[in-house]
Design a protein around this ligand. Structure first.
Ligand code: OAD
Length: 240
C-alpha cells in the first residue's frame, strides 16, 4: 500500500491537510482522544469567543500553563520535515493546516495556509498593535490577561475561537488548492471540525485521490483511496 502511495506522491500535484495528530510526536497533545486538551479543559470555556469576551483570563491561564512552554521550544518531527522536503522536491504544493503551532513553517514548509490562525502572534483588542510570542512572555508573568504596552488594552491571540469566522480568504484558498490537487494527504485529524473537515470531501468530489494517515479511523476512511493507520512521523518519511 505504501509503495503505491509513494508512486502517487512522486507523480506530484500533492496537497497536505493536517491536524493536531501531525504535531503529537512533537509533544503537543491532540484535542480529542486519550490525553487530548479537550478531555481536561472544557472547550466551551477555553476556546470559545463568547467566553473569551466574558473573561479572557481563562484562555490566558490555559495558554500560559499548557501552550507556552511547547511554543517556546518548537520541535518539528519527522512528519513535518517530510512534508517540507516534499515541497522542496516540487511534489507538494501546499500544506493546509488546522494547527496553530507554527511547526510546519519551523520545519521549512513555505506555502502554509493556517485555517485556525496562529498561537505565535497576538494583537491588542483596543489599538490592534501586533505582538510576537517573545514580546508577551514577560507581560504574561506580570498580568493575566496580558496588556498592551501602548494603550493597556487586553491582548488576544491571532487564533480562531469557536464561534468566529476563519481568517478572510483562508478556506477559499484551501478549497481551491484541494480541488486542483491530484492527491490530498489527510494527516492527523479527527475530521470533526467544520468547515475545515469538508476539505477532503471537496477534493475527492473534484477528482483528487485521497490518502488518510491517522492512528485511528476517521469519518472519511470510506471515501479514501489509501488508509494508512499509524503514526504520521513514521509513515510520512517513507513517502520520500
Ligand atoms: P483532533 O485532536 O480532533 O484529532 C487528532 C487526530 O490525530 C486523532 O484522530 C488522533 O487519533 C490522530 N493522531 C494522534 N496522534 C497521531 C500521530 N502521531 N499520527 C497520526 N495521527 C495521530 O485534532 P484536529 O482534527 O486537528 O480547532 O482538531 C480540529 C480542530 O479542533 C482544531 O484545529 C481545534 C480543535 O478544537 C480550534 O481550536 C478552532
Amino acid at each position: 500500500m505504501i509503495a503505491s502511495l509513494k508512486e502517487a506522491v512522486n507523480f506530484g500535484g500533492v496537497v497536505a491537510f493536517t491536524g493536531a495528530g501531525v504535531s503529537a510526536e512533537s509533544g503537543i497533545p491532540t484535542y480529542r482522544g486519550t490525553g487530548g486538551f479537550w478531555t481536561k479543559y472544557d472547550p466551551d470555556k477555553y476556546a470559545s469567543i463568547d467566553y473569551f469576551e466574558q473573561d479572557p483570563s481563562y484562555y490566558w491561564r490555559f495558554f500560559r500553563d499548557t501552550r507556552l512552554d511547547l511554543l517556546r521550544h518548537p520541535k518539528p518531527n519527522p512528519a513535518h520535515l517530510a512534508l517540507a522536503e516534499l515541497e522542496t522536491r516540487g511534489k507538494l504544493q501546499a500544506v493546509i493546516t488546522q494547527n496553530i503551532d507554527g511547526l510546519h513553517q519551523e520545519a521549512g514548509s513555505r506555502k502554509v495556509i493556517e485555517l485556525h490562525g496562529s498561537s505565535r502572534k497576538f494583537h491588542c483588542l483596543e489599538c490592534c498593535r501586533s505582538y510576537l510570542l517573545e514580546e508577551i512572555e514577560a507581560e504574561l508573568e506580570k498580568h493575566l490577561p496580558p496588556l498592551c504596552a501602548d494603550c493597556n488594552g487586553i491582548l488576544r491571540p491571532d487564533i480562531v475561537f469557536f464561534g468566529e469566522m476563519l481568517p478572510p480568504g483562508a478556506i477559499e484558498e484551501a478549497m481551491d488548492l484541494a480541488s486542483r490537487a491530484s492527491l490530498l494527504l489527510v494527516i492527523g485529524s479527527s475530521l470533526v471540525v467544520y468547515p475545515a473537515a469538508q476539505i477532503p470531501m471537496a477534493a475527492k468530489s473534484c477528482g483528487a485521490r485521497l490518502a488518510i494517515i491517522n492512528d485511528e479511523p476517521t469519518p472519511a476512511d470510506g471515501l479514501s483511496d489509501w488508509v494508512l493507520m499509524g503514526k504520521a512521523g513514521e509513515i510520512l518519511p517513507q513517502l520520500l
